[in-house]
Write a protein that binds this ligand. Structure first.
Ligand SMILES: Cc1cc2nc3c(=O)[nH]c(=O)nc-3n(C[C@H](O)[C@H](O)[C@H](O)COP(=O)(O)OP(=O)(O)OC[C@H]3O[C@@H](n4cnc5c(N)ncnc54)[C@H](O)[C@@H]3O)c2cc1C
Ligand code: FES
Length: 250
């Protein structure tokens, strides 16, 4: 884990999405890991707690985040410009065992809404390792496809709730037509999506990226626990990627 003040290289706003890029050289970053981000200087009490954001891409030089503008800090971010500085603490989260994706014939990535952000990095990372990977992106409607802005939509199967783009229906329904044999599903989205996916755990091996409010981000405050069959787990330390079958969802 490192503590850095980094200059924003590029900042792009697309509707309620903010794409932030930083120069970040040669530090291995695993998919599912995240950074805590805060202002360079804490001059506002509500920003004392840094906020967690997943890596949405990294090519060894440029580190990218996709951030949905949803509250005070993310609004603050949306008013910054290239050249402004932010505090980045990370990489955080358990380094997934390299074998977590090896040995499977096929990996299915299922992203709901802004949940597609970390999966874009999973997609690029696994692809570059020669793994057969397919991305399914579920959005409310055609107007919500911007969370995958810049990504070739032909490479992904898009599902929209109202059928205004791609396949009509919920992205979780994509599993109905897929083979569970020797495949791994990695999902990121709202809790409701994970509750639906629970129904598939008898057939599919499913990993999910959990989100909880975080204070420290590195295992000390116990503010981010989720319940599991083996007791409480810290999202920031044992997670954020968990076996869905092990989780007890509230
Ligand atoms: C491991 C992890 C990875 C994440 N990755 C992304 C990402 O890639 N892109 C993205 O847009 N969002 C991501 N989030 C959620 C993001 O952290 C929150 O949206 C952000 O903290 C909101 O800050 P705010 O001050 O703008 O909102 P607030 O005004 O504080 O609240 C707005 C909303 O954000 C939620 N929220 C606030 N603080 C947190 C927190 N510390 N942790 C989780 N949720 C919070 C609240 O429940 C509320 O619904 C991630 C969360 C976690 C735990
Ligand atoms: S955020 Fe403090 S223990 Fe996870």
């Amino acid at each position: 884990m490192e503590f850095n003040i980094l200059e924003i290289l590029e900042l792009k706003r697309v509707k309620d999405l903010l794409i932030l890029k930083f120069s970040y050289k040669d530090i291995p970053l695993n998919p599912s890991q995240f950074f805590m981000i805060g202002p360079e200087v804490f001059d506002d009490k509500s920003f004392i707690l840094n906020r967690p954001f997943s890596i949405s891409n990294y090519d060894g030089e440029i580190l990218e985040f996709r951030i949905r503008i949803s509250g005070k800090f993310t609004n603050y971010l949306s008013l910054l410009n290239g050249g402004d500085k932010l505090r980045l603490i990370g990489p955080l989260g358990r380094v997934p065992e390299p074998a977590f994706y090896k040995g499977f014939d096929q990996i299915y990535l299922l992203g709901g809404g802004i949940g597609v952000a970390p999966l874009l990095y999973f997609y690029n990372y696994l692809n570059s390792d020669g793994i057969k990977v397919k991305l399914y992106f579920g959005a409310k409607d055609k107007d919500s496809l911007h969370y995958a802005d810049g990504f070739d939509l032909d490479k992904i199967e898009v599902w929209t709730d109202d059928g205004s783009y791609g396949v009509k229906g919920f992205v979780t329904d994509s599993l109905k037509k897929l083979s569970a044999e020797n495949s791994l599903v990695v999902a990121c989205g709202p809790l409701g999506m994970y509750k639906v996916l629970k129904n598939y755990t008898a057939d599919f091996k499913i990993k999910v990226l959990m989100e909880e409010r975080m204070a420290c981000g590195f295992g000390v405050c116990l503010g981010c626990v989720v319940d599991s069959k083996s007791g409480y787990q810290r999202v920031c330390k044992e997670g954020p990627m968990f076996d869905l079958e092990q989780l007890i969802l509230q």
